[in-house]
Design a protein around this ligand. Structure first.
Ligand SMILES: NC(=O)c1ccc[n+]([C@@H]2O[C@H](COP(=O)([O-])OP(=O)(O)OC[C@H]3O[C@@H](n4cnc5c(N)ncnc54)[C@H](O)[C@@H]3O)[C@@H](O)[C@H]2O)c1
Length: 283
């Protein structure tokens, strides 16, 4: 097992960003996905991501080539057996993640298993593993190459040594670790998504338009982006799912999802990715 060898599970939006940052920080990366075409897409997107850094003179052409040479992709989970740390960024489905964690903990007893889950209980994930003290949350933010925060989530079972190792890795990736307990929505989503939900209520009541709300929060609260433009970027389906996790997790009606948000998701108005959310996207 090598401490310098990092496994990344899932080559989607987050897995690609994580693999790019880890490879660019000098680690050797094995990126695993069940879909071959997704692995090909990931390799091409990561190369483009590194090209941007070269264009901004934050990396040389030679460093880019070295980073790409440290990254390999695989459709075989066994290829991760000698990774010291495995960061999981597979779809947000409890049964899928539990199976992956069970398999990974059999495959590599000594690896630290970190999940990038946005909302699932790390304590429950740790409970299916052979060495639950080595399971932890490592919650990156999208886009991973840009945003500096990693919420480090401690499950009930997580050991101090595991947290320390993940904090060290986070620093080596040029990011800042913020320690958070294993509670629904952790910290950022618990604060951010209810604000988005409240903005949807303001639109539903006809009190203000999405444009007015976004303008107000940019100018009045110095937010770089208004809450509804942000909701469109995150995906309205993702925002709704987070509200449902908060409502179920805390059993508190204050987290009820706004009916307008639900209707928009039902209509397929998911934000930027569908061309329409609270705002319209032409391209
Ligand atoms: N997108 C975000 O803004 C964001 C932010 C923070 C955290 N997250 C979390 O990151 C995780 C991944 O989200 P995403 O947006 O990158 O999803 P995504 O749908 O873009 O990517 C998921 C990838 O996992 C692959 N996959 C499916 N089943 C798999 C399996 N059994 N084993 C390995 N790979 C499998 C898919 O082929 C796909 O490439 C989720 O837990 C999500 O909650 C997402």
């Amino acid at each position: 097992m090598s401490e310098q060898l990092i496994g990344v599970v899932g080559a989607g939006t987050m897995g690609q960003g994580i693999a790019q940052v880890v490879a660019a920080s000098g680690y050797t990366v094995r990126l695993y996905d069940v879909a071959d075409e997704q692995l090909k897409r990931a390799q091409s997107n990561i190369a483009k991501g590194l090209d941007k850094l070269v264009a901004k003179e934050r990396m040389s052409e030679a460093e880019k080539r070295e980073a790409l040479a440290r990254l390999t992709t695989t459709a075989a989970l066994e290829a991760l057996s000698d990774c010291g740390i495995i960061i999981e960024a597979a779809p947000e489905q409890p049964a899928l993640k539990e199976k992956l964690f069970r398999d990974l903990s059999h495959l590599s007893r000594d690896a630290i298993l970190a999940s990038n889950t946005s909302s699932l209980s790390l304590t429950r994930l740790a409970a299916v593993c052979e060495r639950p003290e080595r399971v932890v949350g490592m919650h990156f933010f999208n886009p991973v190459p840009v945003l500096k925060l990693v919420e480090v989530i401690r499950a009930e079972q997580t050991s101090d040594a595991t947290v320390a190792r993940i904090e060290e890795l986070t620093k080596a990736l040029g990011k800042t670790a913020v320690p958070i307990g294993d509670s629904p929505g952790f910290a950022v989503n618990r604060l951010l998504v209810p604000m988005i939900n409240e903005a949807a209520f303001i639109v539903q009541e006809g009190t203000a338009t999405p444009e007015a709300i976004d303008e107000a929060m940019k100018l009045g609260a110095a937010h770089p982006m208004g809450p509804l433009a942000l909701a469109d970027l995150i995906g309205l389906d993702v925002c709704l799912a987070i509200m449902e996790v908060l409502q179920e997790g805390f059993g508190d009606p204050k987290y009820r999802p706004c009916p307008l948000l639900k209707r928009m998701v039902d209509a397929g108005y998911l934000g930027r990715k569908s061309g329409r959310g609270f705002h319209i996207y032409d391209e």
